[in-house]
Design a protein around this ligand. Sequence first.
Ligand SMILES: Nc1nc2c(c(=O)[nH]1)N[C@H]1C(S)=C(S)[C@@H](COP(=O)(O)O)O[C@H]1N2
Ligand SMILES: [Mo]
Length: 397
Amino acid sequence: MPGLTAPSDYAREPPRHPSLLVNSKEPFNAEPHRSALVSSYVTPVEFFYKRNHGPVPIVDDIHKSDSRYSVSISGLVENATELYMKDILELPKYTVTATLQCAGNRRTAMSKTRKVKGVGWDIGAIGNAVWGGAKLADVLELIGIPKFSRISSLGGKHVEFVSIDKCKEENGGPYKASIPLSQATNPEADVFLAYEMNGETLNRDHGYPLRVVVPGVIGARSVKWLDSINILAEECQGFFVQKDYKMFPPSVDWDNIDWSTRRPQMDFPVQSAICSLEEVNCIKPGKVTVKGYAVSGGGRGIERVDVSTDGGQTWIEASKSQKAGSPYVSDDESCDKWAWILFEAEADIPESSEIVAKAVDITGNIQPENVQVIWNLRGILNTSWHRVLVQIAHSNP
Ligand SMILES: Nc1nc2c(c(=O)[nH]1)N[C@H]1C(S)=C(S)[C@@H](COP(=O)(O)O)O[C@H]1N2
Ligand SMILES: [Mo]
């Protein structure tokens, strides 16, 4: 498309914060330090994880009058349309606070059980942002697909998003993914075409000038650098939907895998992690503050977070940090149901021990105790209890 170009090498990548932990340089994959995740409820853009599958595309400055950036909408629609940025800006603007989490978050820890394939991540392939933009339901209504549609008049059931980037997994083609039409046309599902992140123009790493945000769903469906939208009868046949981001049982390995037997992962399960401590810590005897995040997919809020200082034998309930996620209030409209909560607990640590966190969501789903029982060859959805070791340093008298 005019107005967008995808370089095939990494010569024109955007600037990035030097403190990010880089898991892969080309394509660029990086996460913040653990402590940065809990220093604010809304993750600053520069510390928000970056997960790319190819070089970052270069797009015309959309504020220039000669910008040619547009999104084409075609497929099973009565009228194929070309939408320009001004058309999208004319739609009602909404903001939603939503946590984006890569399905590969905490993959490195899963690898320790048995090797898995994929970029290694600690606990930082997650961030919480205020996304600003148009609702996809409004965009689709504009082109003649009513709200709450399950099937379009021409038989479309899925909405495919195609990017401009070039990914080796797609043999040099663009990244793409789809979601069901029913979710796309439901205004309460809050699927966004976002042009702002935390009140600023979306930056290049996060999808400038326009990206999809699908709240409550694994990050892989939130396509960046949106180039076109296709209404399809079937789900997207691209690599990232059909040959990746599927959850297999521990019995399946690369020699007996049949991708067609599984559905693409959508909602993510309940998750939490301790961010105020490293994997191994050396502290003086006394109190320690345990801080972290907890989130669940599908708009299921967090009911509570339990913290243990003895490897999971006894538990205390953590409190939700002030100004860090809404406390439970019945029928509270302002509750950020797509967003994480930050939790905090203080505990006495008399001796060396394992500190553990586990979250429970509002439907009563609980994180699994061990990574072994959820091991899968792609290393996705490691939501096992998060554990850190604390060693007590006894000072000499
Ligand atoms: N076009 C495009 N969109 C993409 C990707 C990509 O590589 N290219 N990566 C996906 C994955 S796997 C994740 S987890 C999120 C990461 O978004 P972020 O880099 O803004 O954190 O974007 C998704 N959208
Ligand atoms: Mo991801």
